[in-house]
Design a protein around this ligand. Structure first.
Ligand SMILES: [Zn+2]
Length: 178
């Protein structure tokens, strides 16, 4: 059990903020104490929750274009104003979960590879390339900033299932929520 308290509350499906578009931040705004503190709080929240790969600001009820990430093989930890520069490779179908849709999973098609342009937490321009699961997480998170939840991308709602059922059907166990 994690005894650390989450500084921010994660909102769940039905909260209107999950369906709204987040705003871009100016570079001076990114560097402001208010935003710096918020990014720190997002990172701690993601760690405390423990089972998430990433978190978008919409998920903590803030309409800023900020994503924090906890992924192996990805050095970028914060993406501000992310823009998809390129989607490439195959379309891949896999189960996704979401910290804002706790306890449920569903299959979503995503592109195999992605290139994203963004700013880091210091307000510096960065370019992030990812493939496979990491590319899926980035597509999922950038969707959040545009008010899109993974269930909106599902083509076959019969794959929408509880964690219990997913584990029953796939003995390998669960992937991380995003
Ligand atoms: Zn999500």
């Amino acid at each position: 059990m994690n005894e650390k308290k989450s500084p921010l509350k994660i909102i769940t499906l039905g909260n209107p903020t999950l369906r709204q578009k987040a705003s871009e931040l100016s570079v001076s705004k990114m560097k402001s104490p208010e935003v710096q503190k918020f990014i720190q709080d997002m990172a701690v929240t993601l760690k405390v929750v423990g089972n998430g790969a990433a978190l978008a600001a919409n998920q903590v009820d803030k309409l800023w274009q900020i994503i924090v990430i906890e992924l192996e093989n990805m050095s970028a930890k914060v993406l501000i104003n992310p823009k998809i520069e390129k989607l490439a490779g195959k379309e891949l179908l896999a189960f996704e979960g979401c910290l804002s849709v706790p306890g449920y999973w569903g299959q979503v098609w995503r592109k195999e590879r992605i290139v994203v342009e963004a700013f880091n937490q210091h307000g510096e321009k960065i370019r992030v390339k990812a493939s496979g699961f990491n590319a899926r997480v980035l597509q999922h998170e950038i969707d959040h900033l545009h008010g899109i939840v993974f269930i909106d991308r599902m083509e076959d709602m019969s794959t929408f299932m509880t964690t219990e059922e997913l584990e029953r059907q796939f003995e390998k166990g669960r992937k991380k929520d995003a």
